[in-house]
Design a binder for this molecule. Structure first.
Ligand SMILES: CC(C)(COP(=O)(O)OP(=O)(O)OC[C@H]1O[C@@H](n2cnc3c(N)ncnc32)[C@H](O)[C@@H]1OP(=O)(O)O)[C@@H](O)C(=O)NCCC(=O)NCCS
Length: 228
């Protein structure tokens, strides 16, 4: 059994999130400064992390750079461990262990009055087509509701048929075109909107998709833990 933990993005996630962002949007320039975005009070970012059973941490992103290990006998290793000893306080507090659970996808919304704008959604390439994009979209819409949004809007490249299929599955409708919206190739954006996320039909549909998503993940021996 593995677990997908859905929680708010934190500073410690920024490196992993930036790697997924670059993999998903290699032509978007400059890259989104997620560190700064976390300080934006209009935005809310969600990550989904993977953990295998018995607390055993799945290995952090295989593409993560490995820390350089300095042997204690090397001159530089002896120097740094000496400096660490000198700097160590009398009663050291327990070390703050960074969460090494790998981030496998993330999404962000900006909320202005009653409108939430889905600013980004991306799943690590190796984890696509397993239901995690849906899990992130469900979580982002629920968070938008909690923040009193009534509608969710987004832009998507005309060539991005996979993402369009995802949004259409959730009831987003095409409401406009933004010509030459993307700077890299002047591609048009389709503006999509879910106009009343508080309505009973939208909620019934969202609940059904959430149930199906949980079944889909369970059939892959995965369970979702939401900590939003
Ligand atoms: C778009 C994205 C987030 C979808 O994530 P995912 O985890 O692969 O999606 P899911 O497995 O949850 O798929 C959910 C639904 O989306 C649609 N979908 C997703 N990828 C698709 C694809 N490549 N082709 C067709 N439909 C697709 C399907 O309707 C699918 O439902 P189904 O499995 O019942 O057919 C992912 O492809 C991604 O990160 N792409 C790069 C970044 C990006 O384009 N983001 C959107 C910017 S607007």
């Amino acid at each position: 059994m593995s677990y997908y933990i859905v929680r708010q993005m934190q500073d410690r996630d920024i490196d992993q999130v930036t790697r997924i962002d670059r993999e998903a949007f290699p032509n978007d320039w400059p890259p989104t400064p997620y560190g700064r975005e976390l300080g934006n009070r209009l935005s809310y970012y969600i990550v989904v992390c993977e953990e295998s059973e018995a607390g055993e941490k799945a290995s952090p992103a295989a593409d993560s750079p490995r820390p350089v290990e300095l042997g204690p006998t090397s001159p530089l290793g002896r120097f740094t461990s000496g400096v660490r000893r000198l700097l160590r306080p009398e009663n050291p507090s327990p070390p703050q262990m960074p969460d090494s659970r790998p981030v496998v996808g993330f999404a962000g919304i900006w909320v202005m009055l009653d409108e939430a704008h889905l600013s980004v959604i991306a799943v690590k390439q190796s984890h696509r087509r397993q239901g995690l994009g849906e899990l992130l979209l469900i979580s982002a819409i629920r968070k938008a509701m909690e923040l009193n949004a009534k509608m969710v809007t987004l832009e998507v490249r005309v060539s991005n048929l996979g993402a369009q299929a995802l949004y259409e599955k959730f009831g987003f409708r095409r409401v406009g075109i933004r010509r030459a919206y993307y700077a890299d190739n002047r591609e048009d954006a389709i503006l999509m909107s879910a106009d009343d996320i508080t309505s009973a039909p939208f909620n019934a549909h969202l609940q059904r998709l959430a149930r199906e998503n949980a079944h889909k993940l369970a059939s892959r021996q995965a369970q979702v833990v939401t900590e939003l």
